[in-house]
Design a protein around this ligand. Structure first.
Ligand code: AMP
Ligand code: GLY
Length: 443
């Protein structure tokens, strides 16, 4: 617990909090903040009707930085928490700070670690942070002639934000040339593809590692794993994430220490040295390779759906952590306390996702399942009177918590048996890389 008495003097009791965003990640953040003894009222902009069951949703878009700052000023918000990357990379923290409003997240120059993959890669090279070897290109013909002689597979990435879809693994030269054309000439990702990165393909297991940091010290969260592809066994196109679990059994203490000491700490120290003091959540998307963990991407915020499994296992007070970071005081906070069990989240999506999702379908069975240690985090839902309807590609995340991963998964899938909508799609193999045989035992 962080200096409870100090909070009292500083007026941190009964805080009014504003959470920005509208997905499952923000629902999980709000759900966790509701449990804080420091929080009395939570507003969410724009939120969604599921979040609306536990907080006040106000229809201001995450992109409307001035509108959000005006709202925070007018409503005397004590602390704002930013969910998505876009407003962070556009300088929402700078604007709030200018207006003397407290806000949790990195400022614009620090958020560039996610906003520009070229910046992130050059930064990693400079500070010897393990990552795949790479080249950066601004001229399509130079990129094409490079890939004509490169070994395959190879990964081609748009420099800017591309909603998690800007990294393409290509298996031959023609595919590589076609991808470069699409990104740099046809501009399928808009200006995000003006610059591209071509990097070596890494083999191994993917892990997401998030930490809290005030730019000086850091506290690691538990490792988790996302399931990016739509299909079972990691097949088909990438999505915003079809499920996650936490912790990851195949990542041992030694590897976690390596990640802390060779990746996260030098990144935070390097950013500080560059005049980009980083405060907030730093997310490293890692590949555990034979030669150790390597960074594939940094994100300047909580991961989604990872947050839907990490926060349900956090026993410490989340508002405590946020305030300590905003005050640049993270080192005085006690070590984070974690539930020693496991959490698993299965995303229910709409038919057609991730290309063109069907919406407007009536959802049956949406209710509170916390009596079954299962938590529903809404993303694309809408309400019409008493009825729940689908309103997006990813509809709702079902997070089960139990003593181990197998039991947590069973909890999530058992709740899913009660929920139905036309065209409901979900992966029945969440956690399969944890080498579990749970699926067989359910049949
Ligand atoms: P990114 O947006 O950079 O995280 O990439 C999205 C996804 O592409 C990652 O989650 C990986 O599955 C894959 N990926 C990215 N970079 C590499 C790489 N160098 N080697 C293998 N897979 C990669
Ligand atoms: N789960 C990946 C991300 O949040 O970017």
């Amino acid at each position: 617990m962080y200096l409870y008495g100090l909070y009292f003097f500083k007026g941190y009791m009964h805080m009014k909090i504003l959470v920005i965003g509208s997905g499952g990640r923000e629902h999980a953040i709000v759900w966790k903040l509701k449990q804080s003894r420091l929080v009395s009222k939570i507003f969410v902009t724009p939120g969604n009707p599921g979040i609306g069951l536990m907080a006040s949703c106000v229809n201001i878009k995450a992109e409307n930085i001035n509108g959000l700052a005006d709202f925070a000023q007018k409503n005397k918000i004590d602390l704002t928490v930013v969910g998505p990357e876009f407003p962070l990379t556009r300088g929402i923290v700078d604007e709030f700070t200018r207006r003397k409003l407290r806000i949790f997240g990195p400022n614009k120059v620090a958020a560039e670690i996610e906003g520009s993959k070229a910046f992130a890669k050059e930064f990693m090279r400079k500070y010897h942070i393990p990552t795949a070897p790479f080249q950066i290109f601004t001229e399509p013909h130079e990129a094409v002639s490079f890939v004509r002689t490169a070994g395959m597979p190879i990964v081609i990435k748009a420099d800017g934000l591309a909603a998690g879809k800007g990294a393409i693994i290509v298996r031959n030269q023609d595919e590589a040339a076609g991808t470069i054309e699409k990104m740099m000439v046809k501009k399928v990702f808009g200006e995000a593809g003006t610059k591209i990165i071509v990097e070596t393909f890494l083999e191994g297991q993917e892990v997401s590692m998030m930490c809290f940091t005030d730019g000086q010290s850091l506290k690691m969260m538990l490792p988790s794993q996302d399931h990016k592809q739509i299909g079972e066994g990691d097949t088909g196109p990438n999505t915003g994430g079809m499920g996650a679990y936490c912790p990851v059994p195949f990542i041992d203490e030694t590897t976690q220490t390596i990640i802390k000491e060779h990746i996260l700490e030098p990144t935070i120290a390097g950013l500080k040295k560059e005049g980009r003091n980083y405060k907030g959540v730093l997310y490293a998307g890692l590949m555990l390779t034979e030669s150790g963990p390597k960074v594939m991407e940094f994100n300047c915020r909580f991961g989604d759906p990872e947050t839907q499994v990490v926060l349900p296992l956090l026993n410490s007070d989340l508002a405590d952590i946020f305030v300590a970071i905003v005050d640049s005081n993270l080192e005085v906070i006690d070590d984070l306390e974690w539930n020693l069990g496991a959490a698993a989240c299965v995303i229910l999506a709409s038919r057609g996702y991730p290309q063109k999702a069907e919406t407007g379908k009536r959802i049956f069975g949406l209710r509170n399942y916390s009596d079954r240690q299962c938590f529903l985090f809404h993303a694309g839902t809408r309400r019409e009177g008493k009825n729940w309807l689908t309103a997006g590609g990813r509809v709702v995340g079902i997070s089960g918590v139990d003593k181990d991963l197998r039991s947590a998964l069973n909890r999530a899938y058992e709740v899913i048996d009660n929920i139905k909508f036309d065209g409901m799609v979900f992966r029945s193999d969440i956690g399969f890389k944890a080498n579990m045989q749970w699926k067989k035992s359910r049949i």
